[in-house]
Design a protein around this ligand. Sequence first.
Ligand code: FAD
Length: 401
Amino acid sequence: CQNSILTGPIETTMCDYETVESVNDDLFSNISKLVHEPFFRYFQVDLYRECPFWSNNGFCSNPSCAITSVDESDVPEKWRAKALSQVDPSSIEKRHSLPGCYYRDSDFCFLDDNTEGDYFDLRLVPERYTGYSGADANRVWRSIYEENCFGLTEMNLMSGKSPAPVSLPDTMVEVLHQGEEESDPHCLEKRVYYKVISGLHASISTHICHEHLNQSTGEWAPNLRCFIDRVASHPERLQYIYFDTILLLRAVARLGPYLSAYDYCSTGNHEDDVETLSLVSKVVNIAKDAGRFDETVLFRGENAAVLKEEFKTHFRNVTRIMDCVGCDKCRLWGKVQTTGLATALKILFEMDEKALDPASNSNLLQRSEVVALMNTLFRFSESLKAVDDFRQLWQQLDTEV
Ligand code: FAD
């Protein structure tokens, strides 16, 4: 756990750990209020689509894996499925449709087509220990990491072909870092891809360990041993939580003008809308300070376009792999966060200033993308707070000994 104290610059960003830590309290206090606002707390998703890659996905029978949706009549009318399915016809032809979902060329994820799917109140579903584990959870993570194989375009999971079988490595880090030191022209993008995924995995693990169920006492409490084993004893995993936070902050900063012009009108209550807008602008200001990620260093050079397409295809597949997660609560947060990260990647790598201009591109993002982006940033900010708690627990232990 001593490894959990990080200082200095963060690789592939223009930021350091101290900067992220110095803004996180402020970020957390504002974004935790923001995600409680009506606009941000309802997420619509089809949680029960078939896993497209294997048939026997196991299901978590633990009651803490289960969730309930909210009645559509509780959701502000403007955001109900019927209203959302009235899509601008000019955007339809640019979509690639699959049953229940679609993607546009610029997307890094599959989005729901808003005709099916339930609404979930994200406030009521904390991301925490559920007991979902074993071969099924392991297979999902392994498949996600296998999407890091750039250059193998024939392994296109969108056709429904499952990944080539590979034996499970002792540590995924070991295998996935292979070749990094070689002069691989795809090296930087591959590393970024890996960091995004590993950071997400580490953030989920941090939540699991921070809100952990003690099976013998039945009490929920932080489990320091769990955090040390899963995250702190692998310092690079912790670093990638910071990395993802900066990437998300940079996307929010770039999206600032669009977010400020966005119509959050949801409940018909003017005060709610003013409060939402005020919190959004506080979060955007913090993001401008700390979101120092230089997206222009990626996808350059002669094969940049091909590489970016591959990166997108792989990330889209990750969003579909979420349909294979055998625990409802984990699947919901998996979908929210892979959509949130995919939205950030789209903002950074697909959108120039003109595209981000709310005046010229008012339909830039779906509501679900905006909701997912902010809720994902909230989760990472919460993870960094949890890391602080674990550091204090560690220090207490140290002084007691
Ligand atoms: P796992 O976390 O399953 O990891 C498998 C292997 O991956 C490890 O052995 C290690 O070699 C490697 N690894 C671990 N972390 C990293 C990292 N950060 N970077 C690189 N490699 C790594 N469980 C819950 O209790 N609550 C949840 O909300 C929840 N959400 C989930 C969401 C998704 C999308 C998925 C796929 C799983 C979720 N789970 C959740 C399950 C949880 O992530 C673990 O799979 C489970 O707790 C079993 O953990 P494990 O110790 O076997 O290792």
